[in-house]
Ligand binder design. Structure first.
Ligand SMILES: Nc1nc2c(ncn2[C@@H]2O[C@H](COP(=O)(O)OP(=O)(O)OP(=O)(O)O)[C@@H](O)[C@H]2O)c(=O)[nH]1
Ligand SMILES: [Mg+2]
Length: 277
């Protein structure tokens, strides 16, 4: 049955099951022998759901709600202040991590606030030490102790993911768009593959809030995908919709599938990049 705000059929078919992709994610290992982990950098405006996405992936893999990457509901300045790498363990024993890491960073803000674009460019190249505390007005300089002079391929970013709340797409300031485009062009120059995830799809569309399986049926959400495609120039098939785990008490297949669908593409793109190095 269709309704006014949803297509009858999804405009992109999601996988039926989450289990195959969970298996893929847990067994993934870079083919490049010199690399033990694929590095995925999450960038985007303040409060977009970057840290929440990391928690969501961990929730999917551990099959329980996780809150390791600290998140914050109050808007304003970025809650994440330091460069932090998150590994996700395959199970509760915490002995074996998955072969990918997320780099979580401070969000973009208008004008002088938030992370400096030059710092993001340095992170892409692996020049920023983990734990570095970002200073919005003052990007890392070569003589700072946190500057990594000769980063290895493992320390560089292999996939760039831009995280934006779906309902914010029409409201993005020119300044924040410029910052994200700037990083994107730099990543393109470095041949780093790029994806976008549009988050908070529940807040953006009441039909999706009601039923998460409407995610790729929502007409409004498809329009936001097309808008961000035009704004940032990222191909449509590299733009994904996700709802992070934020209010749920338990994980579920229907919540897992869109998250895993995006994650699988991150891993595939990153793997392609590593194999081209
Ligand atoms: N409804 C809803 N809320 C979300 C979703 N994703 C994140 N949130 C909420 O949005 C708020 C901000 O999320 P964070 O993960 O802290 O955002 P961030 O991008 O890490 O923000 P900074 O570190 O401040 O740059 C938190 O209160 C989350 O619970 C989502 O998909 N749906
Ligand atoms: Mg954060």
């Amino acid at each position: 049955m269709g309704n006014s705000s949803c297509f009858r059929e999804p405009w992109r078919a999601l996988p039926e099951s989450d289990q195959d992709i969970i298996e893929f994610v847990k067994t993934y290992h870079p083919r490049n022998d010199n690399i033990s982990h694929l590095r995925i950098l999450l960038q985007g405006p303040v409060g977009a759901g970057k840290s929440s996405f990391i928690n969501s992936v961990e929730s999917v893999i551990l099959n329980r709600i996780s809150g390791r990457a600290m998140t914050d509901a109050s808007s304003g300045s970025s809650f994440t202040k330091k460069l932090k790498a998150f590994q996700i363990c395959k199970d509760e024993s915490k002995r074996t991590p998955c072969s990918f890491v997320f780099n979580d960073i401070m969000g973009f803000e208008v004008t002088q606030g938030g992370i400096h674009v030059e710092d993001v460019k340095l992170i892409l190249r692996g020049h920023v030490a983990e734990g570095h505390e970002f200073k919005p007005k003052c990007p890392l300089s070569k003589d700072d102790g946190d500057y990594v002079s000769n980063p290895s391929l493992a320390e560089k970013v292999h996939v760039l993911v831009t995280v934006i709340p779906a309902a914010s797409v029409p409201l993005l300031s020119d300044d924040v768009i410029k910052k994200m485009r700037d990083v994107r062009l730099d990543a393109t120059m470095l041949e780093i593959p790029q994806l976008i995830i549009l988050t908070k799809v529940d807040e953006a569309c009441p039909e999706v809030k009601k039923t998460i399986t409407n995610i790729y049926k929502s007409i409004y959400l498809k329009e936001q995908v097309e808008k961000i495609h035009k704004l940032l120039g990222i191909p449509l098939n590299c733009i994904f919709l996700v709802k992070n785990y934020n209010s749920e008490m338990d994980t579920s297949k229907d919540m897992n599938v869109p998250l895993l669908y995006a994650l699988r593409q991150m891993i595939n793109f990153g793997e392609d990049f590593l194999n081209s190095q």
